[in-house]
Design a binder for this molecule. Structure first.
Ligand code: IMP
Ligand code: MG
Length: 190
């Protein structure tokens, strides 16, 4: 089955079998904004050697793109957490399914997240990682969903504010599908 692009009512949509995806952020917009974020990080971390902690699986494309826009030495580590299962609604329980390989003690840490929804995952991660005594820790998130939250961790490097819709593409999935779309969109007909 091949993907199909179409214009319906002047809007760009993407068809994947019977599923219709409305494009929210195009490939071009993504790459422009990711470049800007990389430049900001480059400026702020000049003379430093931060570790980028990518939260799997959703941020694998984002981290691959942004790291190539960061023009200073960085190292990488990966962490996997799970809170959704196959649902569109967060279960609220955050579980580490893969921990870091390296110590972050005394390091400049940048958490690379795909999206902040309820903020539970990020709050949990920040708390968990702060306990490991990094020198400094900041958050870089591609998407910030417009939802009411109790506690919010400051997102220092933010890609886009988006409406409260369940989005897919550019690493983000629905039940593990659609991660390889080059854009961010939402499912229209479900
Ligand atoms: P939170 O804990 O509710 O902030 O959810 C954060 C995590 O849930 C993200 O790291 C994503 O993996 C996933 N998530 C939240 N919203 C979406 C969405 O709209 N599409 C796909 N994944 C999402
Ligand atoms: Mg996910």
């Amino acid at each position: 089955m091949l993907y199909k692009f179409e214009k319906i009512d002047g809007e760009k949509v993407f068809e994947c079998g019977n599923t219709r995806i409305k494009i929210l952020i195009s490939e071009r917009e993504l790459s422009r904004r990711v470049r800007e974020l990389g430049q900001e990080i480059t400026r702020d971390y000049k003379d430093k050697n931060p570790v980028l902690i990518s939260v799997l699986r959703g941020s694998f494309i984002f981290v691959a793109d942004i790291c190539r826009e960061i023009k200073i030495p960085v190292t990488f580590d990966f962490m996997a957490v799970s809170s959704y299962g196959d649902s569109k609604v967060s279960s609220g329980i955050v579980r580490i399914t893969k921990d870091l390989e390296f110590s972050i003690e005394n390091r400049d840490v940048i958490i690379i997240e795909d999206i902040v929804d309820s903020g539970r995952t990020l709050n949990y991660l920040v708390k968990n990682l702060k306990a490991r005594n990094p020198k400094n820790m900041e958050v870089c998130a591609l998407l910030d969903k417009n939802v009411p939250r109790k506690t919010v961790n400051k997102i220092k490097y933010k890609g886009f504010d988006i409406p409260n819709k369940f989005v897919v593409g550019y690493g983000l999935d629905f039940a593990e599908k659609y991660r390889n779309f080059p854009f961010i969109g939402y499912i229209e007909n479900e």
